[in-house]
Design a protein around this ligand. Structure first.
Ligand code: FCB
Length: 389
């Protein structure tokens, strides 16, 4: 008799891992590639990354070893459309092969169309500030929607709000635009881009699910103080809800990534007792709040990213357990959560932080690029196999 599980998950729950093109593929040529030299924390560039564009079969096999029944990866727009309106069929064939390989392994592919990197021509034309940006994105989406006929699960944009803020608001990511006006323009064009993409995909693909991955965060007032409460509610709206509100009726599911908890406003901030290698607070209770709050949308919820930088793999198993307990609790309390994707399958290029943070269930040797399972991956594999723990 198998041991009774303490936390069992609904039938057909999706258990997966997530990655993105620029972070793992290697050899990409986009706005980040141009910007990276001199701007990356450990003085590195994305370069060959994990060489996954060539090793994708090996990587999907790794997801299979984890008993994943779903895998989230992204398409590199700059590869597929290296010049405006010129689509590279050979590149399309590789992404089609990735999807087919997943399906062959009985892994549901969830494909992100845009995960922080844009083609150089798009960036040079003004990037997301250009009023023509949503239409340019929609051309690319149209091409994909016509061609990827067996793809069910689409994620148009990864973390649009966070991206607009980092790239166009505080200007710490390319194109390093700083200010309210660039931020507002970029954000609104991302909103338009998602709306258009949603319609485009639905026009050609009848049985599809389309959404985004929002960077959803937990917010708590630092004290019962009125200002603290107002600021916390306001921040929560802007970070968690604004994009969904502005794109209402253009989501078949609520896709969210969870990494952050914030104690907001005047008052004594609670002492942070658990952090990852990057200093980010780890706060599973906040995850519960975010999930319960997402109930209000009355749509299936998919957690498209959740994970930690933990080079020594000391905290990862505990992190997964504690976060999954919150997912389980939220489901018990009525949140229609249908899947969980751990970030990440592999150690990869962590944007401004370079290769230093280690998010992978598999460790990647930077010299040989060999993948080795971390201890915690065995735990996650069991969870995925047993649909609980
Ligand atoms: C998320 C990004 C993802 C990865 C994780 C750590 O914000 O979507 O690409 O960098 O953070």
């Amino acid at each position: 008799m198998p041991k009774k599980l303490d936390y069992s998950f609904p039938k057909n729950f999706l258990w997966g891992t997530a990655t993105s093109s620029h972070q793992i593929e290697g050899g990409t040529l986009n706005d980040w590639t141009i910007w990276e030299p001199g701007n990356i924390a450990d003085n590195s560039i994305s370069g060959i990354a994990c060489d996954s564009f060539r090793r994708f079969k090996e990587d999907i096999a790794l997801a299979k070893k984890l008993n994943n029944n779903a895998y989230r990866f992204s398409i590199e727009w700059s590869r597929l459309e290296p010049r405006p309106n010129y689509f590279d069929n050979k590149v399309l064939a590789v992404y089609q092969a990735m999807i087919d390989e997943c399906l062959r392994q009985k892994i549901e592919p969830i494909v992100t169309l845009y995960h922080f990197t844009v083609p150089i021509w798009f960036a040079e034309a003004g990037g997301w500030e250009n009023p023509a940006a949503p239409q340019a994105f929609n051309n690319y989406v149209t091409y994909l929607a016509h061609n990827l006929k067996n793809l069910k699960f689409w994620c148009t944009i990864n973390e649009p709000g966070l991206y607009a803020f980092n790239a166009y608001g505080q200007g710490v990511w390319p194109p390093q635009r700083f200010g309210l006006s660039p931020w507002w323009k970029a954000l609104n064009n991302l909103i338009k881009a998602h709306r258009l993409a949603y319609q485009t995909i639905h026009l050609t693909n009848k049985r599809c699910l389309v959404g985004i991955a929002n960077n959803s965060q937990a917010f708590e007032p630092a004290s019962p103080n009125f200002i603290a409460r107002q600021l916390s509610t306001w921040s929560k709206f802007w970070v968690n809800d604004h994009f969904f509100k502005k794109t209402a009726n253009c989501h078949d599911y609520i896709g969210l990534n969870y990494y952050f908890h914030n104690s907001i406003g005047p008052g004594k901030k609670p002492k942070i007792t658990w952090r990852n290698d990057m200093g980010w607070e780890i706060n599973p209770q906040g995850f519960y709040q975010v999930l319960i709050d997402a109930k209000k949308y009355n749509l299936p919820i998919y957690i498209l990213e959740n994970g930690l930088a933990d080079a020594q793999d000391i905290n990862r198993q505990k992190f997964i357990e504690e976060h999954l307990i919150m997912v389980h609790r939220a489901i018990q309390n009525g949140a229609p959560i249908k899947g969980y994707f751990h970030w990440s399958l592999l150690d990869n290029f962590e944007w401004k932080w370079g290769f230093t943070p280690k998010f992978g269930l598999y460790e990647v040797d930077r010299q040989s690029l060999q993948r080795r399972p971390r201890q915690s991956s065995r735990f996650y594999a069991k969870v995925c196999k047993n649909n609980g723990f």
